[in-house]
Design a protein around this ligand. Structure first.
Ligand code: ADE
Length: 552
């Protein structure tokens, strides 16, 4: 357990000892577009600077951040600091923040404390985002959002005390268990719709909705987080759009790419991507790099795998619409009443979703530890200092959009376990030639694949009747699925590819490849059955894309 020297300088009036209380430093209802202007000086802690719009433009100065305000709230009932918590495991890392599990020593209540490094925020001129995040979170009071319970700071860092969502996020859920069964996909999609209805009702746009930002609490209900990109629309000016780019490539809407402005409907686009992800296990716009992802988004180039639930397909088709005023759920299209009436949600009873028991989740997914062992982390402050860039999304889009990246072909190849590798599929024809050359000269399995590029390979146990035989499975361009006896080094056969072929993960190890005449029963000894299914599905998607007639 690590206790820190007492040097905190401010905290919000609400604290972990009274977790139901909301942070009081909230913005006035009719907010100005500049987040720094929204702070009420009477309750604003030392950071962020209160020096109005200019500070928001330039980012606060070091002096602003390093000299805490003396005008503390006189009746502030308590003053928490880092020394009041036992810090535990790292829950997440962003470009200038780290989220750490923390136990309040006085109450034994667990929180996820987001720790931000002041110097880094100033250096990267991100004060505006941090302020905005706090302002937005302090307005939210809904079961499907992470709550902000308290804030405090010391000389170097800001601390946001958030509710702890102990079951990870929807991305991890899908990565571990594969695409969701229909009732489960319906349930979580409905929770997200319900959350967005509330958020938009508060005149807030999230602008970075994605499976990673949809956490799961102890009861497996959603808790949407990460409001660093969120925007409060100004109702007084009837502002309906927010400028400047935020967001994560896969979930960014066309209007953000084309016009660099977001509206509530941009979150509905992201909803469409998330529903697709829950059902298919992949996002609809997959590509090797952001440039290619953006191209696909602009062209609306995505495809549904064969087995996509028909009602979900209809819903996604009505959300992934290039014109933001034509998306189901936006004001022009009948608002949330119309969205909630979609047939995909016909089994949903909307009023008490947060009280319902979510569809069964395999026990292996749930966090079983009581978190006792998750404390005593002495390294978090070190890891905060060394955490730099990650996949976070504060960069401006325009330079990213214009810049066509060049990458060495090695970047496409992911070596997995022994004899196993996987390729990213977004290589150009030029790059494919280089990859093939590399394969021909260095990959011992090349001799079995007719000079096709291997997209994924690895050992599997192929079951037939009571027997299982070890085979090297080779997924190649064509597409083909060859299997080779790894001992005798003899090609034993090929799973016949057709538009009807599809793969299904049964659990971590077992997956099925269904063809019209036979289901192949395969076991991945490394426990990555889902990765096989994902890659086979990606290949199916690409084939539909390159040869639309092959899909039918
Ligand atoms: N990761 C980021 N924020 C989190 C939170 N509030 N709870 C759990 N994990 C998180």
């Amino acid at each position: 357990m690590r206790r820190l020297p007492r040097r905190s300088v401010a905290s919000s009036p609400a604290g972990p000892s009274c977790p139901g209380t909301r942070l009081e430093a909230c913005a006035p209802v009719c907010a100005s577009p500049s987040p720094a202007m929204q702070l009420d000086p009477a309750v604003t802690p030392a950071w962020p600077p209160t020096d109005a719009a200019a500070a928001a433009e330039a980012g606060p100065s070091l002096t602003d951040l390093d000299s805490p305000r003396k005008d503390q709230h006189p009746e502030q009932p308590w003053r928490k600091g880092p020394e009041d918590f036992a810090f535990g495991k790292v829950l997440g890392e962003g470009s200038f923040a780290i989220v750490v599990l923390a136990r309040d020593l006085a109450t034994s209540k667990d929180y996820a404390i987001k720790i931000l490094e002041k110097k880094q925020i100033i250096r990267e001129k991100k004060a505006q985002y941090v302020t905005s995040e706090r302002d937005v979170m302090s307005r939210l009071d809904h079961p499907f959002f992470v709550k902000l319970y308290f804030t405090f700071q010391d000389e170097e860092k800001l601390y946001f005390g958030l509710s702890y969502a102990k079951n990870g996020d929807l991305q991890r859920y899908v990565q571990k268990l594969g695409p969701l069964a229909e009732p489960c996909a319906q349930f979580y999609s409905a929770e997200i719709v319900s959350a967005l209805e509330y958020l938009h009702g508060q005149e807030i746009i999230h602008r970075d909705l994605k499976p990673e930002n949809i956490l799961l609490n102890a009861e497996m209900h959603i808790q949407i987080t990460d409001f660093g990109s969120a925007k409060i629309l100004a109702p007084c000016s009837k502002q309906a759009r927010a400028n400047s780019f935020v967001g994560t490539a896969h979930y960014v809407s066309p209007e953000l790419l084309m016009e660099q402005s977001a509206c509530k409907s941009s979150d509905l686009w992201a909803l469409g991507c998330v529903v697709y992800y829950l059902v298919a296990g992949l996002s609809p716009f997959e590509a090797r790099n952001e440039y290619l992802i953006f191209q696909k988004i602009i062209k609306l180039a995505y495809y549904f795998p064969e087995q996509f639930f028909p009602k979900a397909k209809d819903l996604v088709g009505k959300l992934l619409v290039s014109d933001s005023t034509n998306r189901l759920g936006c004001e022009e299209m009948g608002s949330y009443a119309a969205l909630k009436a979609h047939p995909f949600f016909e089994n949903i009873s909307w009023d008490d979703l947060h009280l319902q028991i979510p569809p069964q989740v395999p026990g292996s997914f749930l966090s079983t530890s009581e978190d006792e062992n998750d404390f005593g982390n002495d390294d978090i402050f070190q890891s905060l200092a060394s955490s730099s860039s990650s996949s976070h999304s504060f960069a401006a889009v325009q330079p990213r959009l214009l810049q066509r990246p060049t990458a060495p072909v090695e970047g496409y190849i992911h070596e997995l376990e022994e004899n196993s590798l996987e390729l990213d599929l977004e290589f150009s024809e030029e790059e494919k030639k280089l990859l093939l050359q590399k394969q021909a000269s260095g990959n011992p399995w090349h001799q079995f694949v007719n000079n096709h590029l291997i997209l994924k390979m690895g050992p599997v146990d192929k079951r037939k009747g009571l027997f299982a035989r070890r085979r090297q499975l080779l997924l190649t361009e064509g597409p083909h699925l060859y299997y080779v006896d790894p001992i005798s080094k003899v090609l034993k056969g090929e799973i016949p590819w057709s538009a009807q072929l599809w793969a299904e993960a049964k659990n971590f190890k077992t997956f099925y490849v269904h063809t019209p005449n036979r289901t192949y029963h395969l076991i991945d000894p490394n426990g990555n059955a889902h990765k096989w299914c994902q890659k086979i599905q990606e290949v199916c998607q690409r084939r539909c894309q390159d040869h639309p007639q092959a899909a039918v």
